[in-house]
Design a protein around this ligand. Structure first.
Ligand code: ATP
Length: 348
């Protein structure tokens, strides 16, 4: 499988390259058959040439690649994030990456949060009227098709069952946002009937956020429409200990294409200092390896990253003294030691 690596902007250009030696080591030692190519999509190219997602890129990705490994998009010189929308929303919509998996790693275990990634309030339907650029009326429509909700819910339930999860919660707001809310409830109840192994429940998003912060232990799998999922994933990152820790994978179950990226943005305040935490990027790479069918490699990268995060080589946001590169160099060295112990030394 070929991987398109897009470091993007800000700390994306630091955390993504730092993880690549670990990818190369795993690929060579375990014979994964992966290759990657680096693309310069991001703010500099946008400002220089006006190009975000280059023409033909979606076709090329769909034809020749199985995944995108993305850093972050965002730049103070482009305050409206026009390039980020062009590239990221272009990839999500163009490749139909409607399942967004955002694991929330907590002390008691992992909550598998799944966010619908292409419709809802992010469908881009709406408009505004006003004078001289000042809107007097502004409308954003929340749009969901039954087809998308059905395939999203079915795919998430299938993945949760395969992962051995026993509980799933639908997050909605059908009392105040009744039309799309009820569509989600109807579809969820119907689809859940085919998954008796999963105990299904529903919760209003406000109550869910309250309970998640108070006591996350009862939750195992969580399904959320686009906006709610976006907000919950930041709460999840806070519960985990910071934005530098949260990983994600956006998937099209039909084609198998995946876009894996840390949840954090370009963090202009710390960009260029070499101290950005590469944990989320490394865990996103682990999700990519899982997704490519290399779960053993994903597990090894995940456990080594988590072990290094507890030590002195961790970045300052985790209480360590390491730089981005030192953190990942430790991870790569630890992978190498564990592979050698397990008798799978890197091939010459
Ligand atoms: P963007 O405009 O690209 O969304 P942002 O600064 O608004 O950037 P984030 O990049 O998500 O949003 O960062 C929010 C804050 O979290 C930053 O100020 C930064 O200090 C911290 N942060 C985010 N990612 C990391 C990381 N990987 N390591 C350390 N701190 C981080």
């Amino acid at each position: 499988m070929r991987i398109a690596v897009v470091p993007g902007d800000g700390i994306g250009k630091e955390v993504i390259p730092a993880t690549l030696p670990a990818l190369t080591l795993l690929n060579e030692a375990l014979g994964l058959g992966l290759s990657y190519e680096v693309f310069d999509w991001g703010a500099d190219r946008w400002l220089g040439t006006g190009v975000g997602l280059p023409p033909g890129a979606l076709d090329e990705l769909a034809r020749d690649y199985g995944a995108v490994f993305l850093g972050a998009l965002g730049d103070p010189r482009i305050p409206d994030m026009a390039h980020g929308r062009d590239i990221l929303l272009g990839l999500r919509r163009g490749l139909d990456l409607y399942v967004n998996h955002r694991p929330i790693e907590l002390k008691h275990g992992v909550i598998d949060l799944y966010r619908e990634n292409t419709q809802g309030l992010y469908a881009g339907v709406g408009g505004s009227v006003g004078r001289h650029g000042a809107a007097t009326v502004a409308i954003d429509e929340c749009v969901y098709t039954r087809e998308t909700v059905e395939k999203f819910v079915r795919s998430c339930l299938t993945r949760l069952r395969a992962a051995g999860r026993r509980k799933v919660t639908l997050v909605h707001k059908s009392n105040a946002v009744p039309h799309t809310g009820r569509l989600w409830q109807q579809v969820f109840r119907h689809e859940a009937e085919a998954f008796p192994e999963l105990e299904a429940s529903e919760e209003y998003v406000d109550s869910f956020c309250y309970h998640l912060v108070r006591d996350p232990k009862p939750y195992e799998g969580v399904l959320a429409p686009n906006l709610f999922g976006d907000i919950i994933s930041d709460i999840g990152a806070a519960l985990m200990g910071g934005l530098g820790l949260a990983s994600s994978a956006s998937i099209c179950p039909e084609t198998g294409f995946a876009l894996c990226e840390p949840v954090h943005g370009s963090a202009p305040d710390i960009a260029g200092k070499g101290t950005a935490n590469p944990y989320a990027a490394s865990m996103s790479l682990a999700l990519l390896l899982d997704h490519a069918g290399h779960e053993d490699a994903g597990r090894l990268l995940r456990t080594c990253t988590a072990d290094v995060a507890r030590g002195e080589a961790a970045t300052p946001d985790l209480g360590g003294t390491g730089t981005t590169r030192q953190f990942m160099a430790e991870v790569t060295a630890l992978i190498e030691r564990r592979l050698t112990t397990a008798g799978a030394a890197p091939r010459p």
